[in-house]
Write a protein that binds this ligand. Structure first.
Ligand code: ATP
Length: 308
């Protein structure tokens, strides 16, 4: 097992009766980074996160959070981590601000409750009982409660689910601030843009195992190459274009007058293609670059859409 990571999971297995929800999962999260855990429904994300939070006991394997065992050393660990509570665990009559102040009081050096409420747009509903908060307000309160204790590591389960665009941006700003303060963030999400926007590292889980891990850029670069498309008159001699491009490049006329060049699409390739067009008296009506997105990578790896 690696050392020094804020979170180290090794060979984790978790079963519910005869169903294996997590099937030998390894995960290492460096301190001070943001890791996004992605996976189709039922992949085992929540189970993994709940096991790291100490709410579930592994059937096999080990979990270390800040070097501690989240089950047997829970009392030591709890004050140092932040967890987004599920609405099931909340007393429905409690008021939003009371809940947040209560949580703050449990920690030695909490954030300022008023500023946090304002940042998350909770200041207007501080006196509202939990059960009367809108879904988005409940979500933002859960987020506030996860971070108010100034945790060293925070687990965020779909932090922007159900939020409007403004709420999502506020949430993203907070995650960036946490990272800026050196906090380790582990979040689950169904949104690729959220992962691309926030994560240093993306972990894709399928069938209870990690099927890919890396920075969004690295995951998108691996495997299939990017492509450049342009339109011109039909029947252009692509052999002369290929001579000017690196060996790993391919070119094809997909439909009459519609061309695709596949390979390492960089400024040099674009320049070569456009100067070849100029030499051949071709004025492309359109040139476009197609990059693999995390969404494409996810689909290739799991065969599933991210949101089903
Ligand atoms: P989602 O994206 O839908 O939230 P997930 O990746 O978080 O999914 P988990 O909730 O960890 O996946 O579930 C993994 C598997 O374990 C699923 O097949 C699920 O039906 C099953 N499962 C989860 N919790 C329980 C439970 N308490 N009892 C029985 N089976 C469960």
């Amino acid at each position: 097992m690696g050392s020094g990571g804020a979170l180290e999971v090794s060979g984790l297995v978790k079963r519910y009766g005869s169903r294996t929800a997590v099937d030998g999962l390894d995960l290492s999260v460096p301190q001070g980074t943001v890791t996004a855990v992605l996976g189709p429904n039922g992949a085992g994300k929540t189970t993994t996160v709940e096991t790291c939070e100490g709410y579930r006991r592994p059937d096999a394997g080990t979990v270390r959070v800040l070097g501690l065992d989240p089950v047997s050393q829970a009392a030591l660990l709890r004050p140092r981590i932040g967890v987004m509570l599920q609405s099931g665990g909340v007393y429905p009559g409690a008021r939003a601000e009371e809940m947040l102040r209560h949580m703050a009081a449990l920690h030695a050096q909490p954030l300022d409750v008023d500023s946090l409420s304002e940042a998350l747009g909770l200041d207007s509903c501080g006196r509202t009982p939990y059960r009367r908060l809108s879904g988005g307000q409940q979500q933002r309160l859960a987020l506030a409660m996860a971070m108010v204790g100034r945790p060293e590591l925070v687990f965020l389960d779909e932090p922007s689910a159900g939020l409007d665009p403004q709420g999502r941006r506020a949430t993203w700003d907070l995650v960036r601030e946490l990272r800026g303060d050196g906090v380790t963030v582990v979040l689950t999400t169904h949104h690729m843009d959220e992962a691309e926007e926030l994560a240093d590292d993306v972990v894709i889980i399928d069938g209870g195992r990690v099927v890919a891990q890396g920075s969004p850029e690295r995951l998108c670069r691996g495997g299939a190459e990017n492509s450049l498309r342009f339109t011109g008159r039909p029947g252009l001699d692509l052999a002369s274009l290929l001579k000017a491009l690196p060996d790993n490049t391919a070119a094809a006329e997909l439909v009459p007058g519609g061309y695709r060049v596949t390979g390492t699409v960089d400024p040099q390739m674009l320049a070569t293609v456009t100067s070849w067009c100029a030499q051949n008296g071709v004025m492309p009506d359109r040139i476009s670059v197609e990059r693999r997105t995390l969404e494409d990578v996810f689909l290739e790896l799991t065969g599933k859409e991210l949101r089903s």
